[in-house]
Ligand binder design. Structure first.
Ligand SMILES: [Zn+2]
Length: 474
């Protein structure tokens, strides 16, 4: 067990030593996607960095149990309970039912989530599975005097708390208070501007598709209550780490803490892990600005999704990261070079265990020190340059990849196969690729397709990528 696993805790605003409630075990909760649309690559960056956190904890000897929700009801277009219901808007946009939309975008989310090397959470729970739990928590909050019914809805009363803005400094609190006061849409039912909805009944959404019976009438839950309930359902009254993006800090996580701790009567989660935004050159990535840049789209453009992971690992999770295709091309070039160097390593005898443990210690220190992923990658290059045999280097690549999850050994193997092909076959392949390019240029797609088939018949698969045509034996 590593003595000091540290990361930045948003609650204390410092890099802190991590001490879980049960020695050696970590309970972790992650806010999942609202499945009304695709997750863009900025959303996926957040999940990559959480995956690195989990695997770094595992590398340091911890056992991690992680729960994630799927928001398929209750999330409005503003996180502060105003605007349209995102799921209903998604269903209208695509002329589908809310459940069809939820299923489609949940599947799309996990396709991209998996493609970048992330491990699935131990438990994934859609909000619509937990309606009785939401109702129970709201009943208790009403009984304890932390909630009230107004205009048919149930609200959390933030004035009952001594410290509602738990994540914020005095200056930030003032700014947030002004921000909340200036919120364009006003809900006349609220006693305080920061109060939030626990249960909607009389809402402006007459066509809300999903409704359930409750003590307050037919309706549906608010967004924030989901995470508190789903976390407690699977992880109990305490969690060690709660994860999300920085945009979740206020109001979502602030509200989660307000209702959870009022319900429980004690502290709920000690460590809050937030990763920063991915920006494109025009500003923050968003789903409202035209086409959504997804991992699947990167793949269609010929990028390996793990190159995107590699790109993310090169910078620190607490810093905003600027995305551009030029930067991704650079990452792709570096990744391919790295893979080639690994492909040159040979199984040349015994692994030197003392060298392995020295580098493993350094690597553990890097990732245990507030997830210094850039340093972790530098160490990988150091290993490749080190004065030791190839077998030892390969053992270390495999070891580091438990956290990096770049599938380095498999990529190296694939690139070796490309190199060690029979020269006659290789000449044929290169010629065929050339002929296909000529046919495509002349818009003779029938010939181009026939050449692709000709190659397939010889067991060669080709792929068009941004770096040109790639081929491999199948
Ligand atoms: Zn959440």
């Amino acid at each position: 067990m590593a003595a000091n696993f540290k990361f930045y805790n948003t609650l204390s605003r410092t890099v802190e030593d991590f001490v879980p409630r049960t020695e050696g075990e970590v309970s972790m909760y992650t806010c999942g996607p609202t499945v009304y649309h695709y997750a863009h690559i900025g959303n996926i960056r957040t999940y990559i960095m959480q995956d690195v956190l989990i695997k770094s904890l595992e590398y340091a000897g911890y056992k991690v149990k992680r729960v994630m929700n799927i928001t398929d009801v209750g999330h409005l277009s503003s996180d502060a309970d105003t605007g349209e219901d995102k799921m209903v808007a998604g269903a209208k946009r695509e002329h589908k039912t809310v459940m069809e939309i939820a299923k489609f975008y949940t599947d799309a989310f996990f396709k991209d989530f998996d493609a970048v090397g992330n491990k699935r959470p131990d438990i994934v729970e859609p909000a619509t599975n937990c309606i009785p739990e939401f109702i129970h928590m709201i009943e208790v909050l009403l009984e304890k005097g932390y909630a009230y019914v107004a205009g048919g809805n149930v609200y959390f009363d933030t004035s009952k708390l001594d410290d509602y803005y738990v994540f914020s400094s005095a200056v930030e609190k003032e700014q947030l208070e002004v921000g909340v006061r200036d919120d364009v849409e006003e809900d006349a039912n609220k006693k305080n501007k920061t109060d939030f909805v626990l249960w909607f009944t009389k809402s402006k959404f007459e066509d809300q598709a999903l409704k359930w019976d409750s003590p307050w009438g037919v309706g549906y839950p608010g967004w924030h209550i989901e995470c508190s309930c789903i976390s407690m359902k699977h992880l109990g009254e305490f969690i060690d780490i709660h994860c999300g993006g920085v945009d979740n800090i206020f109001p979502h996580h602030t509200n989660e803490i307000a209702q959870s701790e009022s319900y429980l009567g004690h502290e709920w989660c000690k460590y809050w892990f937030h990763s920063n935004h991915l920006n494109d050159q025009s500003g923050k990535m968003s789903k409202s600005k035209g086409a959504i840049l997804t991992v699947s789209l990167l793949k269609e453009k010929g990028y390996d999704p793990l190159v995107y992971r590699f790109f993310c690992l090169q910078s620190h999770y607490r810093k905003p990261l600027v995305f551009s295709f030029e930067a991704l091309d650079q990452a792709a070039g570096a990744f391919n070079k790295l893979v080639k160097r690994i492909a040159e390593l040979k199984e040349d005898g015994a692994v030197d265990t003392s060298v392995v443990s020295k580098y493993e210690d350094d690597f553990r220190d890097a990732v245990s020190g507030d997830l210094n992923t850039a340093m972790a990658i530098t160490l990988l290059y150091d290993v490749l340059k080190a004065d030791t045999n190839d077998a030892t280097k390969l053992a270390l690549v495999e070891s580091f990849d438990k956290v990096l999850s770049l599938d380095l050994i498999a990529h190296a193997k694939a690139s070796k196969e490309e190199v060690s092909v029979d020269p006659e076959l290789e000449a044929f392949i290169l010629d065929a690729i050339e002929r296909r390019a000529t046919a495509k240029k002349a818009k003779d797609f029938a010939t181009a397709d026939a050449i692709r088939q000709e190659l397939l018949d010889k067991g060669v698969e080709i792929k068009d990528t941004r770096e040109g045509v790639k081929w491999n034996l199948i």
